[in-house]
Design a protein around this ligand. Sequence first.
Ligand code: GLU
Length: 428
Amino acid sequence: MATEAYNPFENAQAQFDGVAETLGLESGIRELLRRPMKEIHFTIPVKMDDGTTKVFQAFRFKHNDARGPAKGGIRFHPHETADTVRALSMWMTWKCAVVDIPLGGGKGGVICDPHNLSLAEQERLCRGYARQLYHQLGPNLDVPAPDVMTNGQHMLWILDEYETISGGRFPGMITGKPVGMGGSLGRTEATGYGVIYILKDLLRQIGMDPANTTASFQGFGNVAEYAASMYSELGGKVIAVSCWNQKDGKAYTFKKAGGCNIAELVSLKDSFGSIDKDKAQGLGYELLPGDAWLSQDVDILVPAALENQITPAVFPSISKQVKIICEAANGPTTPDCDKLIQERNIILLPDFLCNAGGVTCSYFEQVQCNMNYFWDKKEVLEKLEYTMTKAFRAVYELSKEQNLYMRDAAYTIAIKRVANAVKLRGWV
Ligand code: GLU
């Protein structure tokens, strides 16, 4: 979350300010777009199983909804901060704009560790979140989704509380719901697959065969798992995966020089999502420190965990072989590292483009809910690949035409679209 040295909101603002300056955006628009338009800070009292009451601090921020209802996940994390949620709400605006879906940016969070809460306590927390925010949420207002440590069950509890209060059925008020309960096929895989659809197209553009590439992943949650498995299906070799170990309270890197078997690693995950280190070692995986994923001799690095992982301090340990950094997480690279990445001619696939597959599929989920007609998985994934590839091509072509770093090209497209919507509405 917001580490002492790096504040994600300051990072998000620094990225925006740089591009706003280049674009010559007028001051009113800059002021509007460099912070959330609305912030709700609230508390949720929850009756715990032991009869006591605990009060949780929660947030829901709307960065901008000029292009459509605010959209973005709700995170459960013990170190959640208002500034992290601010940054993430801002990145959601750019994410929806760069893939050109008619949604704005929002984000929510609760300071809590779901590992220490029973399912009944988590349900009461979700219902409390929906009760406190009832008037602020809705299919045409602000539409949450799963994020770090939240899942389809949490979304369904929030929906059920919302519908109980309103007395109707509004499946489009939240996405990432379980399939059969208004969820879309492909939503679970969408963020990870989206990362690889873009990587695949980049490799095509630069004339590299995925089957001749190697990669190292940070994280083995939902996004990394599906990204790594699709990358392996394309013939790419995953040399290393780093994963948080909940019991030890630290991360480890699992390495197999001949290539990790992703399905095998998935089968070694415990109930916290940590890879069992003894079993992995028994299967021939080398156990290395958590940060060893970064220093592997691979072609592609995929940070798919948290913010602020690639900094100037760790940059020198990145192998000279690395050609691509594929940002599957939100904000994994600090702005002061972008210059170093460019100097080394590493191609960067920026986070809000690279990981937009999740929200794109959330949009498809809303569309299907509105029609009350659900597509099969093939149709969802074809539409997802089309949307992601189209967005990538536009960013890639602009970066070539104007010799721009890909992050700046993605920002240019997204900021122009949002600024235009704000102007057309007459807000500035
Ligand atoms: N939490 C995901 C993200 O950061 C998905 C958001 C959504 O589906 O609304 O993109």
